[in-house]
Design a protein around this ligand. Structure first.
Ligand code: HDD
Length: 716
């Protein structure tokens, strides 16, 4: 009988707590507390870590101090190269549950077994900025997901936009060199608003469609929790008989797909550069676990050529109007990492990590990625990056790969080759779960070329622009004006305007209003087609909910507890994170002596930290006067300008209505206890109608923004 040796068997802790990945990670976690004395790396107890060993109190420091040398030397090597792109990111663990099996489409068990809960991991990121750059810059967002399936890790390394700038991976170094800061002075950080970026983009017609996506509100998401994710490429699913179906993957957030406004994004870059990672962390800590549906667009092999675009072209979507997205499972993120460096910085995604029942298409962008990711992990982490806990599969695994640095596991198998005399690590046939590539028939001459449909660049850019609501179009125009106005060479502006003109003449004309030196060419036809699914304002699959939103309840000390406390509870019952904001953090006293705990202060936060704000009234005129301070006036005006819902109760009402709705409502509410909602300002003199107030306020929060505000109620 063959001697069966297991090469690397993970010590999965014998516990029922958490899923298989959590238990595996726990087995690699070092716990240190007050019972563990400080030692050197090699176990010698340390009695002083604050003063180096010296020859006399004022004498030279001696080399013999091994603790001093170990400490400084380790510190000197603490950093690893940051990711060349997507350097800034945040992650969470979670789980995936299938609810609709893809029977007959694939043999991948992850898509067949609805009874199974699969451990999951997602890293969200910006693309262009360095590790320490701000979160709310205009950029695509990475949405790199990993499912630790029973058949190996499946990495779907996508973005929050369904298309990409380029069609062929050979152009990726050029793209990144152009988008990164200018090489001579490394300015600007984490932005595409500079000459090289728009020079590259306007000289590459293939980026025309992606330009629309980054200029649109998609480029400044409200939250990682409110972003779609897309696999971008066309992949394949393979069934047990070896039949292939083309597939595009979509992650659709339960909280809807929502964005910041540009002014808010700019301010947040300074006020809270960690806005997105904090938002994800806080939501998970609060138990408000973000969820996404995994959707698939399936195209039969024989339908490959029935579209007017090429399925292998990553600058094209398959419009949902043509092929519906079928949601098949739910991803929930429910666990924050324990240690950022080991679990986020060292996660190594690879597009080539797929499992049996899946395969690639011949998309030339994907082919290059399948080389690049493995390659970059070697530079970042070393050849044994697969041994790092977050990268290890939870299914049994064993390879004949050996050595390399550092290598932490002793392998008892003495025959690291195949075949061998004891049949250690036998191969597995496809029927037994072994991976089998799809036997695609290929033929052709060796040439540097793409299919003819790759040469059409404008149609889907027009489709995107045409599908936007008026307010979204305004945002695209403003974004394009901002970006190009930061390009200092007219040739770059001119070239971009000419490209924009091919998308839509009116769009180009409006962008050009902010650029003195450009000439808009004559109009070219726009096909006028629209998609029902692309707008974040009117899109068919858009979700509007107050759940998961953050509301600031502004309580000046001496506030009326009976107005604030029930409101906080009602908001929380609706899934809102309701935060008290006051002059100082900690317990804030109400007029009756009761307290609420302030997590934010008027000075350490701004209205930008919240999706909506509420001002709570107090007992008398003296209290009402206290509201009239610069910081609070600014909060109201800023929230109003950012189209957010603003609430006011009791005698805080005139303070808010005077600022937001001068004229009609300057004296507050018409009927004493009526709840009024006027252009996103919700107010009630008395909270006898508390539930009605909460309902109207929550309806406003769910709407996301009151977009029509910029044309109405503007103070003269
Ligand atoms: Fe990439 C990282 C997404 C094209 C080369 N990419 C990276 C990450 C995401 C994407 C989300 C971060 C992974 C993480 O969180 O660790 N990349 C995309 C998408 C693309 C794409 C959606 C187009 C559809 N990428 C692309 C090409 C190449 C690369 C064409 C190279 C030819 N990408 C890399 C990389 C990175 C990376 C250099 C940097 C760090 C890493 O891989 O792990 O290899």
């Amino acid at each position: 009988m063959a001697q069966v040796l297991h090469q690397v068997a993970d010590k999965v802790v014998n516990s029922t707590v958490g899923d298989a990945k959590a238990r595996q990670m726990e087995s690699f976690t070092i716990h240190q507390d007050s019972t563990t004395p400080l030692t050197t790396y090699f176990g010698t107890k340390v009695s002083d870590t604050d003063k180096a060993l010296r020859a006399g109190a004022r004498g030279p420091t001696v080399l013999e101090d091994f603790h001093n040398r170990e400490k400084i030397s380790h510190f000197d090597h603490e950093r690893i190269p940051e990711r060349v792109v997507h350097a800034r990111g945040a992650s969470a663990f979670g789980e995936f549950k299938l609810h609709i099996p893809l029977t007959g489409i694939t043999s991948a068990k992850i898509f067949l077994d609805t009874g199974k809960t699969t451990p999951a991991y997602v890293r969200f990121s910006t693309v262009g900025g360095s590790r320490g750059s701000a979160d709310t810059v205009r950029d695509p967002r990475g949405f790199a997901s990993r499912l630790y399936t029973d058949e190996g890790n499946w990495d779907l390394v996508g973005n929050d936009m369904p298309v990409f700038f380029i069609q062929d991976a050979i152009k990726f170094p050029d793209l990144v060199h152009a988008l990164k800061p200018e090489p001579h002075n490394e300015i600007p950080q984490a932005q595409t608003a500079h000459d090289n970026a728009w020079d590259f983009l306007s000289l590459h017609p293939q980026s025309t469609h992606m330009q629309q996506w980054i200029l649109s509100d998609r480029g400044i998401p409200r939250s990682f929790r409110m972003m779609q994710g897309f696999g971008v490429h066309t992949f394949r699913l393979i069934n047990a008989e070896g039949r292939s179906t083309f597939v595009k993957y979509h992650w659709t957030p339960h909280l809807g797909t929502h964005s910041l406004v540009w002014d808010e994004a700019l301010k947040l870059n300074g006020q809270d550069p960690d806005f997105h990672r904090r938002d994800l962390w806080d939501a998970i800590e609060a138990g408000a676990y973000p969820k996404w549906e995994l959707g698939v667009q399936l195209v039969a092999e024989e339908d490959e050529h029935k579209f007017d675009f090429d399925l292998l072209d990553a600058t094209k979507i398959i419009p949902e109007d043509l092929v519906p997205v079928k949601n098949i499972g739910t991803l929930t993120l429910n666990r924050n990492p324990v240690d950022y460096f080991t679990e986020v910085e060292q996660v190594a995604f690879c597009t080539q990590h797929i499992v049996p029942g899946m395969d690639f298409s011949s998309d030339p962008l994907l082919a290059g990625r399948n080389f690049s990711y493995q390659d970059t992990q070697i530079t970042r982490l070393g050849i044994n990056f697969g041994d790092i806990p977050v990268n290890r599969p939870v299914c049994p695994f064993a390879t004949n790969q050996r050595d390399g640095k550092p290598n932490m596991f002793s392998k008892s198998n003495r025959m690291a080759y195949h075949p061998n005399r004891h049949d250690v690590l036998p191969l597995t046939a496809p029927a037994e779960g072994g991976f089998a590539p799809y036997p695609e028939k290929v033929s052709g001459v060796k040439e540097r070329a793409h299919g003819p449909k790759f040469n059409e660049f404008v149609s889907q850019a027009q489709l995107f622009y045409n599908s936007m609501s008026e307010v979204e179009k305004k945002h695209i125009i403003a974004a394009a004006q901002f970006e190009l106005s930061k390009c200092f060479e007219t040739v770059v502006q001119q070239s971009a305007i000419e490209r924009f003109n091919l998308v839509d003449h009116d769009f180009a004309l409006q962008v050009a209003e902010a650029l003195q030196d450009v000439k808009v060419p004559d109009a070219v036809p726009n096909h006028g087609k629209r998609s029902e699914y692309l707008s974040q304002v009117t899109g068919k699959s858009q979700v509007f909910t107050a759940e998961g939103r953050k509301v600031g309840i502004y309580c000046v000390p001496g506030f009326d507890y009976s107005q604030a406390a029930p409101l906080k509870t009602e908001l929380e019952v609706a899934g809102v994170m309701a935060k008290i904001v006051s002059v100082a953090s900690g317990a804030v006293k109400a007029s009756g002596g009761e307290t609420l705990t302030a997590e934010f202060t008027f000075e350490n936060s701004r209205s930008t930290h919240f999706d909506a704000i509420i001002f709570v009234g107090g007992p008398d005129e003296a209290f009402a006067k206290k509201l009239k301070q610069g910081r609070l006036i600014h909060a109201v005006r800023e929230a109003y300008m950012h189209f957010k819902t603003i609430g006011a109760t009791g005698n805080a009402v005139p303070f808010v209505t005077d600022l937001c709705l001068p004229g009609d409502f300057s004296t507050g509410v018409k009927g004493a206890s009526d709840v009024v909602q006027e252009n996103g300002v919700v107010f009630a003199n008395s909270l006898g109608t508390g539930a009605e107030f909460s309902k109207k306020f929550l309806d406003g929060v769910a709407r996301h923004r009151y977009w029509d505000r910029d044309v109405s109620h503007i103070a003269a």
